[in-house]
Design a protein around this ligand. Structure first.
Ligand code: FAD
Length: 287
């Protein structure tokens, strides 16, 4: 099923994100993780990617195939373009078609000084229009409630978001955020600018101290005072921090659902306990 049509039939949509593990031991464990995630019956599961041709990206397709054909849940395959040319992307799309995978999250990818950038695709919008010319794919894209970290202004970033819709993006998944007011004000602004496709709110529960530092340095997400207070109080108590992080995320989700968002996308971090706890606590809100 095409994910963009799913949003026409169901609201709110619930989805999970997983990443292909790098270590062999973790690869063995991913089956157990998938088993639990799929039992929770999300509407789809997205699988992140690294650079094409790498082991990790091959694993993206392997996991997506498994999710679709073994567990019968719709996968959303992430695909980045900044380090690839058209031929490489075409090969990837051919493989998608061969395995009946029809949903792609089209991304530019982060700049990596160790990987040469190619010139065929400069922005996610270039990839989106290219994919739309290659077959009957449903294409989603990323959005950033606080603006993308490289953007010259929030407004310019929102205009490029509209461009992604104009060239064929049929739904959006948001970057993680911890302040729902920022998400609501983002929605209000982009709706006024003509972005009409469904937007899922990206939620990543904080489970440990190093994760908080990584989040703020990598994507610049603002941390509200009440969040900082709770995290500071429990940062040296692993179990308490886990409980506090989950409670904060669940509160955020309840408020988002009460505000009629199109969907919730959980960054599961391959931790099935996170997904299980959230699903248990919102069971009657998501039906
Ligand atoms: P773009 O939409 O191209 O935007 C990138 C920057 O360029 C922005 O600052 C934007 O304002 C600007 N811009 C856009 N269009 C134009 C234009 N036409 N002219 C000038 N400037 C423009 N990374 C991975 O490597 N693998 C993953 O699996 C992955 N999954 C992700 C999933 C989600 C939900 C999100 C939010 C991000 C994900 N990322 C992933 C990270 C993503 O690759 C980075 O955030 C990347 O830096 C930007 O990708 P984009 O698709 O948003 O780029």
């Amino acid at each position: 099923m095409k994910i963009e049509t799913l949003f026409e039939k169901k609201k709110p949509v619930l989805s999970f994100e997983i990443f292909p593990p790098k270590k062999e031991k973790a690869i063995q464990q991913i089956d157990e993780t998938l088993e639990i995630l799929c039992q929770l019956k999300p509407d789809f599961i997205s699988v992140t990617c690294g650079a094409l041709g790498s082991e990790v990206t091959n694993l993206t397709l392997e996991l997506a195939k498994k999710i679709k054909h073994q567990y019968k849940i719709e996968p959303l395959v992430h695909l980045t373009c900044i380090n690839h040319n058209k031929d490489e992307i075409l090969l990837f799309l051919e493989e998608m078609k061969e395995y009946d995978l029809e949903n792609i999250l089209a991304l530019r990818g982060d700049r990596n000084p160790e990987l040469p950038e190619k010139k065929d695709f400069l922005h996610a919008s270039d990839l989106i229009s290219f994919i739309k010319q290659q077959g009957d794919f449903s294409v989603g894209a990323a959005c950033y409630p606080e603006g993308h970290i490289e953007a010259t202004s929030k407004m310019s970033d929102y205009l490029y978001l509209k461009q992604k819709q104009d060239v064929g993006a049929g739904h959006f998944v948001s970057q993680l955020f911890y302040d729902n007011q920022i998400f609501y004000s983002f929605l209000e602004q982009i709706r006024q600018m003509g972005v009409s496709k469904s937007i899922e709110a990206g939620i990543m529960p904080v489970l440990n101290k190093s994760q908080i530092e990584r989040i703020t340095s990598l994507c610049g997400a603002s941390l509200p005072e009440k969040f900082k207070k709770v995290m500071t109080k429990y940062e040296d108590n692993k179990e308490a921090l886990f409980d506090a992080g989950m409670a904060f995320a669940i509160n955020q989700i309840v408020d988002l659902l009460a505000s009629d968002v199109d969907g919730i996308h959980i960054y599961t971090m391959n931790n099935p306990t996170v997904a299980k706890r959230i699903c248990r606590d919102i069971e009657h809100l998501i039906k």
